[in-house]
Design a protein around this ligand. Structure first.
Ligand SMILES: Cc1cc2nc3c(=O)[nH]c(=O)nc-3n(C[C@H](O)[C@H](O)[C@H](O)COP(=O)(O)O)c2cc1C
Length: 389
């Protein structure tokens, strides 16, 4: 068996362990997947400045995100159906993050409920909220997150209508999975996954089923999203949600300078520069491409975080250099989870930490909080970075 040395090794292992419909759910973007791929490839265009003969002892990756201590500037992004990559996936990922000392963000569309994750963890985690038409249900979700001791609310603003991901439609994705010959075959060829699923009761959307009015079965994610997500979401909603929540709030899905300026005026604590991992507006620029212009516009008013395309510690370093106070990883931890459960998530984090630490040293820096644009070369051909000093 070949050793696990990089995130791609975890991805390959997850492909062998997770039924195709769920592996594909993670490894997909909308329509042509151009934004999904640009998120990764634009990182590779940024080059690092090698420095020598600089003291590299006593290095530190410790910093803060929304005032909370983190072992490195990386949080686990909210991802729906995580409990379908591996049985009890949200609980295992939350435990791995807690042990590592970074935030775990539970999605509204999780399999394990807020309460189930809270019961199996010791430290507070973050909760991600989607805005639906049923405002009582949203208010109730916020109250449940508060009762569970969640220490930040991530409000996602870029998914009021679902970007089409061809693979999910072709695969007939649902949770729990359907029992058609195709789906039975996909599961039967992944026996360890099946064994795990037989041992848990968490098989469908734990935050929703039994809580939202009239919802007893959520087998079709896309039709439920189309019916329930509120297409009239606007900045006023951010206001009442922020008031109802009363704690640190992070606005997710900002990709445009104008929207960043609006977001900075809401009183939120942070924004996440994000295109939802290339799963919403295909053809939008990569997150790393727009990050510098958003930092330049609002970085002195609000904490700026980013996600999308991070596959290594080097990518985290580049985002930090460009002004992100924190980053999030989605697929890298999902691949770890699918490959090896909690140990796989821990492995993904360990890989990223080592890559980040060694890269920082080779660039002549010892403190993650000292990174700035001086140690990277502005890439040719990324239009939003032309103005780099
Ligand atoms: C399988 C999957 C499910 C996701 N589900 C959610 C979700 O429920 N809520 C949300 O705000 N973002 C969701 N996202 C987007 C992530 O939070 C994050 O923006 C994205 O994964 C970052 O890109 P990366 O996967 O390249 O790290 C999802 C992403 C993936 C890959």
């Amino acid at each position: 068996m070949s050793p696990i040395l990089e995130i791609n090794d975890l991805k390959n292992k997850a492909r062998r362990r997770v039924p195709k419909m769920f592996f594909d759910y993670a490894d997909s973007g909308s329509w042509t997947e151009s934004t999904y791929h640009a998120n990764e490839s634009d990182f590779a265009k940024i080059k690092l400045r090698q420095r020598i003969a600089v003291d590299m002892t006593n290095r530190s990756l410790k910093t803060q995100m929304v005032g909370q201590d983190v072992a490195m500037p990386v949080a686990l992004a909210p991802t729906g159906l995580t409990g379908m990559q591996h049985a009890d996936g949200e609980i295992l990922a939350a435990q791995a993050a807690e042990e590592f000392g970074i935030p775990f963000t539970l999605s509204t569309m999780s399999i394990c409920s807020i309460e189930a994750v809270a019961e199996k963890t010791k430290k507070p985690f973050w909760f991600q909220l989607y805005v639906m038409k049923d405002k009582d249900f949203i208010g109730n979700l916020i109250d449940r997150a508060k009762a569970a001791g969640c220490s930040a609310l991530v409000l996602t603003l870029d998914l009021q209508i679902l970007g089409q991901r061809h693979k999910d439609l072709r695969n007939g994705l649902s949770a729990p999975p359907k029992f058609t010959p195709k789906h039975i075959y996909q599961m039967a060829t992944r026996p360890l996954w099946c064994l795990g699923m037989l041992k848990t009761k968490n098989h469908t959307f734990g935050n929703i089923v039994g809580h939202a009015k009239g919802v007893s079965d959520l087998s079709s994610l896309s039709s439920w999203t189309a019916e329930q997500f509120d297409p009239q979401l606007n900045w006023k909603d951010v206001e009442w949600i922020r008031e109802r929540w009363g704690g640190p709030i992070i606005l997710k899905g900002i990709l445009d300078v104008e929207d960043a300026r609006m977001a900075a005026q809401t009183g939120a604590d942070a924004i996440i520069v994000s295109n939802h991992g290339g799963r919403q507006l295909d053809g939008a620029p990569s997150s790393i491409e727009v990050l510098p212009s958003i930092v330049d516009a609002v970085g002195d008013q609000i904490e700026v975080h980013m996600d999308g395309g991070i596959r290594s510690g080097q990518d985290v370093l580049k985002a930090k250099c460009l002004g992100a106070k924190g980053t999030y990883i989605g697929r890298p931890f999902l691949y770890g989870l699918g490959a090896d459960g909690k140990a796989g998530v821990a492995k993904a984090l360990d890989i990223i930490r080592t890559e980040l630490d060694v890269t920082m040293a080779l660039c002549g820096k010892r403190d993650i909080n000292d990174l700035d644009r001086s140690i990277i070369y502005p890439p040719e051909g990324l239009q939003n970075t032309r103005s780099w000093g």
